[in-house]
Design a binder for this molecule. Structure first.
Ligand SMILES: *Cc1c(COP(=O)(O)O)cnc(C)c1O
Length: 310
């Protein structure tokens, strides 16, 4: 997506760092920061620089992402990839000191020299080794570490049962299980918990007027009797939901391809600031309005505009 020149994205890296510190203090185990998808749109290199002395390692989706942010120029800390290892040679993983997660006996064998991590299926049914192949895959890869994509504490328990008797470093928890002490195992893998609350996405009213009857495609009526237009639409991922106009809680009422209608407080004029994320407009509030996850909201809105330094 090409960022809109009308939308300004500010990333509060100090806040990301504070979240990393809080997670580390609370979890009491290694923190493997998830910086896949360009750190959820925040910029992987910038995030790594901001938290490198706080965390114990990094999780990406692919080796390509690691090369794209030139990770080895930024940090010597360990990095792992979650996605399918693809066709890259084990030697390339070794060269960049990256360990791939593997999900089959074949891949475990193929990437053995890169010290692979076995991803175990405990219910996610994606990028993970079926329990029946677990012992063979561990042997084939010489694995010292295993992980699972867990959504529930039961799935963490399942990982423990399946790997019983093996000497493995284990991890399972993303952000949703950070509050579960039993899910922490040897490391946690927070993604959204690092980023939530740290992006501010704003634009300005291009125009504003008192309504003259039903407006827009849908014939909406602004609850305040006044509405404005912003130059950001569903082509940039925007959907109807909460916002602030001139600091007042308001609503994005109707979204078009490259513009949207916003309900306005009575006096609001063209040029008034519209905050689409940040300052109390939380990822979860927007996610609820969108019928989507906070991850979707962050990635869409953090990618919708031009990134400005804090
Ligand atoms: C993306 C991902 C995470 C982080 O998820 P959040 O919900 O953003 O914390 C952790 N583990 C795996 C395997 C993932 O793919």
């Amino acid at each position: 997506m090409v960022p809109s020149p009308h939308v300004i994205v500010r990333i509060d890296l100090a806040r990301v760092r504070a979240s990393a510190l809080a997670i580390r203090a609370r979890a009491g185990v290694d923190v493997l920061a998830v910086v896949k998808a360009d750190a959820y749109g925040f910029g992987a290199a910038a995030v790594v620089r901001a938290i490198d002395d706080v965390v114990d390692g990094y999780c990406f989706f692919s080796l390509a992402e690691i090369l794209a942010c030139d990770l080895r120029a930024l940090t010597a800390k360990p990095a792992i990839t979650f996605g399918p290892p693809g066709d890259a040679d084990a030697a390339l993983y070794r060269q960049h000191r990256v360990r791939p997660a593997v999900a089959s006996v074949d891949d475990a064998r193929r990437y053995r020299s890169a010290d692979p991590i076995l991803s175990v299926d405990t219910g996610m049914q994606r990028f993970a080794c079926p329990p029946g192949d677990l012992r063979d895959a561990l042997r084939a890869g010489g694995c010292r570490e295993a992980m699972t994509h867990a959504r529930t504490p039961d799935q963490v328990q399942r990982l423990l049962e399946l790997t019983k008797g093996e000497t493995l470093r284990l991890h399972a928890a993303g952000s949703s299980l950070l509050h579960e002490p039993a899910a922490r195992l040897d490391a946690v893998r927070p993604g959204i918990a690092l980023y939530a609350g740290a992006a501010r996405v704003s634009t300005r009213l291009f125009e504003a007027r008192d309504a003259a009857g039903p407006a827009g495609y849908s014939g909406f009526a602004s609850p305040t009797g006044r509405h404005g237009v912003i130059l950001c639409g569903y082509a940039k991922g925007l959907r109807p939901g909460p916002c602030l106009v001139d600091g007042c809680p308001s609503q994005i009422l109707e979204v078009g391809m490259q513009s949207a209608f916003v309900a306005c407080p009575p006096g609001a004029r063209a040029g008034a600031e519209v905050v689409m994320l940040g300052e109390g407009v939380t990822e979860s509030a927007v996610a609820e309005a969108w019928g989507a996850s906070p991850h979707v909201v962050l990635v869409q809105l953090a990618g919708a505009g031009v990134r400005k330094p804090e």
